[in-house]
Design a protein around this ligand. Structure first.
Ligand code: PBG
Length: 333
């Protein structure tokens, strides 16, 4: 707070807001396409563009077509893509072994994009849920409990094939304890020193991920919840412990997820640790906004830019958003 007492009419806060030039000159935060990471879903086949029912305007792309999307993103100034696979049910298994197949969809997409658009960053999700037959992020015991240390070993294998294929940022989203250190060790010892880790450090057990599970083909098979590994939405001190541990284990940046309902967590993390913090405006937030746009209840362009600006104000270095291309086009004029 300012130490100078202010009084009307000497002080009129509306003075600075009176014209467009003045508003733009005094704006405290500026949104640019460089703030966006664009999540994309990759699927099998050739020439395939499949609509995701629960996310209007979002598609699953086959590898050949995802390359075109990467070119589009790059031309708009979007610096980085986040990749997620839609794995054929026949390739799903109890332990999710397709995750460390060096020729799985993720690795194919990484290689194809790096080949065609070498200057765009690629962030790859590490968690077994797109590959397991039960839809959990790790391997489970007879009671359905996700086993931490056994899963961690498999995540190392998954991260390894991604790094070898050319991923720039490994993003563990599984919420197993100790996985950041384990992945960092692997990367250091296998010559991937400049491959970053952005940990999904404060990831909540949220209903807002439901449309995503449709996008990666887990919706029909996943009947449980992820409360034994993802965080309770009621907590925020715990988020600071998660972040502290991930930093100590070697995370270069961290993520808070979901986005809009969790801006207080984002703010606390940024204030406490002063490192790059990213927000994930998740699938359910996207679906919610799109439903309001479709119903004519909100102006799309304004709502997209306002919500994304709010992440910057709360302290985000950037935002993973399905609206990245739409917003970048608006910002580029
Ligand atoms: C995988 C993962 C999820 C999301 C990102 N990585 C789903 C989940 O944890 O159940 C959600 C992204 C979104 O909803 O947009 N663990």
């Amino acid at each position: 707070m300012s130490l100078v007492p202010t009084q009307y009419p000497a002080t009129r806060l509306r003075r600075l807001r009176a014209s467009a030039w003045s508003r733009s000159m005094h704006s405290e935060n500026v949104l640019t396409p460089a703030d966006f990471i664009w999540p994309l879903f990759v699927t099998g086949g050739k020439g395939v563009k499949e609509a995701v029912q629960s996310m209007p305007g979002v598609f699953r792309w086959s590898v050949d077509l995802i390359v075109e999307q990467a070119k589009l993103a790059h031309s708009l100034g979007i610096p980085c893509l986040a990749l997620f696979p839609n794995t054929d049910i026949a390739k799903r298994s109890e332990d999710g072994r397709e995750a460390w197949n060096a020729d799985n969809l993720m690795c194919q997409a990484i290689r194809a994009i790096k080949d065609a658009v070498p200057d765009i960053g690629l962030l790859t999700d590490v968690a077994l849920d797109p590959y397991t037959s039960h839809g959990h992020d790790g391997v489970i015991d007879a009671q359905g409990y996700v086993l931490n240390d056994e899963t961690k070993e498999l995540l190392i294998k998954q991260a390894r094939v991604q790094a070898e294929a050319g991923a720039d940022i490994i993003a563990p989203s599984d919420m197993m304890d100790g996985r950041v250190a384990a992945i960092r060790d692997m990367l250091e010892s296998e010559g991937h020193r400049n491959v970053q880790i952005m940990s999904y450090a404060a990831k909540y057990a949220s209903v807002f991920y439901n449309p995503f599970r449709d996008a990666v083909g887990s919706a029909g098979i996943f009947k449980a919840d992820k409360k034994t590994y993802q965080m309770d939405p009621a907590n925020s001190d715990e988020a600071l412990r998660e972040v502290a541990m991930d930093i100590a284990e070697g995370a270069d940046s961290v993520m808070v997820k979901p986005g809009l309902p969790y801006l207080d967590v984002l703010y606390r993390v940024k204030e406490s640790f002063k490192l790059p913090v990213f927000a994930y405006q998740v699938s359910g937030e996207y679906a919610m906004l799109e439903a309001a746009f479709a119903a004519g209840m909100l102006d799309k362009d304004k709502a997209v830019l306002e919500t994304l600006t709010c992440f910057k104000r709360a302290g985000a270095a950037g935002v993973l958003t399905y609206h990245a291309v739409h917003a970048a086009k608006l910002l580029n004029g």
